[in-house]
Design a binder for this molecule. Structure first.
Ligand code: DMJ
Length: 566
């Protein structure tokens, strides 16, 4: 027992401030004996109450790790093998991940739309065509998983794309980018004619979408009746991200109807009135062809409309100037109005959203928008726009930090910034429900540390956009940092989302609860895009070279046209 004096917190003037522990204990004992029964009971109850308060507080902290921002971990989880540097070892690890995801799908969900990777069951939420199988075809081929590819092809040639499950109406855009895109690229890789026949069947089954007064498509089609489902409006990403697929179908079948039908959308939107040159509010009125309302965004519902301007220009061997002009107008508009940097980290740039009048700015950066750096880098090379490459590098840094600065090193769906006026609140947008008001006070200190803060939606659903940009940035700049960032992201995916059957979306990237955060969902784009882009990131740059291929928005590589269109 140490004889060191202890400091008393309560004292009277006639008592010394410091006394030995033995004296202190003796005095307490004497007071206890002097006290009456009531005073003793009160003292015991008080002591018990204080203990209870401490126990409850400790338990509450342990039970709610998602409250607040615990900050990034200082070390990578030990089983993530972060230290692996060799390209071929990294590539093999990604291939193993694909094999793992595919074999779980094969075992528990073969031919169904999606595997539910925690419960080992399946769904037919896309109408029952087997979208995971179709979306995976070219990834299997690219990774040399030939047996798996052959088995999948045998299945897909037996699917009747003129039918869907009873009562289901097929989402036009999703099935064009995933199913038509997947079949076309699998055909180009294998030259198995049956795949082209199936691609044509999908293209034909969904073509009724365009039977409207203007030729702007309806968003859903009932393939069982061969009719589209009438609607008032469609968003620009849905109407404007089918052109590459229909053009490729025209090229491969020799039938120009597909391309001509889809091209009409581009011509209408090209001349439609806009609030700012090159920037399109997301909603199109189908009857009038006018851009009526909604936010302006390079994230969800707007994104791939912009992407396809550039990609059609590349696909046409740079012969169709309309796409170049439209793309450049949009990028100039974005740079003028939508790019800002963090107040606290001036090197951290992002692309926010605007309201339909292009006047109110929303300081939110979506994971979906993280395809933009890849697009800018590609465009900078094709169109000789060096400043775009600089911006691409800055945005890629932010996209990576969205992963790097969370507890799991997975990215949330979006992050928020303050605007320069210090209001920090996204303006409420017409026809949008997903702009949350986030308490700025609670977020400020974390923003000061990290440059951004998280909103209420903290899920990671296995999205590809950041690794897509990393692959393109690496190929264009040759900077190996992008490969290291991609590897870190892959390690986090392995660490947190892997299940015995496959990989699952994760509920809260700030929670290290692990299993309880797995939401039992694996979208087909994880196999079509995320794993494919990672694999290509660690492959030689001439493997599916950006000079020979253009990737559709679902990462299906299409051969660039051999000769420019007449
Ligand atoms: C994919 O289906 C496509 O990339 C689409 O363009 C939008 N994003 C999802 C995946 O996040």
């Amino acid at each position: 027992m140490s004889g060191k004096p202890i400091v008393r917190s309560v004292h009277s003037d006639d008592e010394p401030l410091l006394e030995s522990p033995a004296t202190f204990r003796g005095r307490l004992r004497a007071r206890w004996h002097r006290a009456d029964r009531t005073a003793r009971v009160v003292s015991v109850l008080f002591a018990l109450m204080m203990c209870a308060v401490v126990v409850v507080r400790v338990a509450m902290e342990a039970m709610s790790p998602r409250d607040g921002w615990p900050g990034p971990p200082t070390t990578i989880p030990p089983d993530a093998e972060e230290g692996v540097k060799d390209d071929s070892a990294r590539r093999d690890a990604v291939r193993d991940a694909m094999r793992h995801a595919w074999s779980g799908y094969r075992q528990h969900a073969f031919g169904k739309d999606e595997l539910l990777p925690v419960s080992n069951s399946s769904n037919t939420k896309w109408g029952g065509w087997g979208v995971t199988l179709i979306d995976s075809l070219d990834t299997l081929h690219i990774m040399g998983l030939n047996e798996e590819f052959r088995e999948a092809v045998t299945h897909v040639v037996g699917v009747d794309f003129k039918k869907a499950k009873a009562g289901y109406t097929t989402p036009f855009f999703e099935m064009i980018i995933r199913s038509l895109g997947g079949l076309l690229s699998a055909y180009e890789m294998s030259l198995d004619r049956r795949l082209l026949d199936k691609a044509r069947e999908v293209g034909d089954a969904l073509l009724p979408a365009f039977k409207t007064e203007t030729g702007i498509p309806y968003p859903r089609v009932d393939v069982n009746t061969g009719k589209a489902v009438p609607a008032d409006r469609v968003c620009i990403a849905e109407a404007g991200t089918v052109q590459l697929e229909y053009w490729k179908l025209s090229e491969l079948t020799g039938n120009p109807v597909y391309h001509n039908t889809a091209q009409r959308v581009v011509d209408i939107l090209d001349t439609a009135s806009k609030p700012y040159k090159g920037l399109y509010p997301i909603w199109i009125d189908i009857r009038s062809g006018k851009l009526v309302s909604g936010q302006i965004t390079f994230g969800g519902m707007g994104d791939s409309w912009y992407e396809y301007m550039l990609k059609q220009y590349i696909y046409s061997r740079r012969s169709e100037d309309q796409y170049r002009r439209m793309y450049e107008e949009s990028i100039d508009g974005m740079r003028d109005k939508m790019v800002r940097h963090s107040v606290y980290d001036p090197g951290m740039y992002y692309v926010g959203d605007l309201d339909s009048t292009a006047t109110k700015f929303s300081p939110r950066f979506q994971h979906l928008t993280c395809f933009v750096p890849g697009m800018l880098a590609l465009g900078s090379r094709v169109l000789d726009r060096p400043d775009d490459l600089e911006l691409a590098k800055q945005l890629t840094y932010t996209c990576f930090q969205m992963y790097n600065r969370t507890s799991t090193r997975l990215s949330p769906e979006y992050v928020q910034f303050r605007d320069a006026s210090d209001k920090g609140i996204a303006p409420s947008q017409e026809n949008t429900t997903d702009f949350e008001i986030v308490s700025l006070a609670a977020a400020k200190s974390k923003e000061r540390e990290d440059g951004f803060y998280l909103g209420p939606n903290r899920s990671y659903i296995l999205r590809p956009e950041t690794v897509e940009s990393l692959m393109i940035l690496y190929r264009i700049t040759g900077d190996a940092t992008y490969k290291d960032w991609g590897w870190q992201i892959f390690c986090a995916i392995e660490r947190w989302t892997k299940t015995p059957a496959a990989y699952s979306a994760y509920g809260d990237v700030m929670s290290t609860d692990g299993g309880s955060q797995l939401t039992d969902s694996m979208e087909s784009f994880f196999l079509a895009e995320t794993l494919k882009y990672l694999y290509l990131l660690f492959s030689p740059a001439d493997y599916y070279s950006l000079d020979e291929y253009v990737f559709n928005t679902e990462a299906h590589p299409f051969k660039i046209m051999r000769t420019p269109p007449p």
